[in-house]
Design a protein around this ligand. Structure first.
Ligand SMILES: C[S@@+](CC[C@H](N)C(=O)[O-])C[C@H]1O[C@@H](n2cnc3c(N)ncnc32)[C@H](O)[C@@H]1O
Length: 216
């Protein structure tokens, strides 16, 4: 069972509403790249550890952020959710208010050290399928290399749309090892998003979808 734990929020926990859902973690054995068990996913990132995560993935993730941020404008007043923020690598690229949410305590500990000297970045430990966040708060939501880890992808996308509003730009990326472009498109469209741009660059390990919300 996961609980909301605001790790760092100097300006009051204004994004957090309540514990939305305490349903347990399902106990199905994991099989391949697509996760089926959130507890195992959490443990695998906790066991990998932040140092190794950054060593292995910092450069690879950085290339994705650069591609995304060349397409998505982030203005000063934007409030950003980095869903599945890991060690907070994306924070280094953002100069506006941002909340990072992740399930892994170990990766979040590293993210916490990254934001020690800033007051516009906040961290929450939580589950992307049950975001402990108010409705209609964020003008940009990034979910970079997250959805292969959430067993219920439709629920993850539904939660993203709940915390955004009409006009919110959502960026979801899908590991090519886990999703074909066709399957990824289908998932996004079934979740009711409008695809503004789909980037399938051979240099990147993810397909990047830049999306807008239809909801009010
Ligand atoms: C491949 S990493 C990507 C991390 C980060 N977005 C980056 O660009 O480095 C996937 C992240 O999703 C997190 N994660 C997995 N399942 C999650 C869930 N159900 N809710 C929130 N975060 C989750 C993991 O802990 C991990 O930090």
């Amino acid at each position: 069972m996961f609980y909301v734990h605001v790790l760092y929020c100097p300006n009051k926990p204004c994004f957090v509403s309540c514990i939305r859902d305490k349903r347990g973690i399902n106990g199905v054995a994991s099989s391949n790249l697509m996760a089926t068990n959130k507890r195992e996913v959490k443990e695998s990132y906790d066991n990998l550890g932040a140092r190794l995560y950054d060593l292995r993935y910092e450069e690879e993730q950085g290339e994705k952020y650069e591609t995304v941020l060349a397409e998505v404008e982030v203005k000063e007043h934007e409030i950003i959710l980095d869903n599945g923020c890991g060690t907070g690598l994306l924070f280094e690229y953002l100069s506006t208010t941002a909340v990072g949410l992740d399930i892994s305590s170990s990766l979040l500990s590293k993210a916490l050290t990254r934001i020690q000297d800033v007051d516009d970045k906040h961290l929450i430990q939580g589950d992307a399928e049950n975001l402990p966040l108010r409705d209609h708060v964020f003008s940009r939501v990034f979910a970079i290399t997250l959805i292969q880890n959430t067993p219920n992808t439709a629920r993850t996308l539904e939660e993203i749309s709940r915390v955004g509003y009409r006009g919110t730009i959502v960026v979801v990326t899908a590991l090519k090892k886990a999703f074909s472009e066709e399957a990824f498109r289908h998932i996004i469209e079934s979740a009711g998003y409008m695809i503004m741009n789909l980037i399938n660059d051979e240099k990147l390990s993810d397909i990047i979808a830049i999306l807008s919300l239809k909801i009010s």
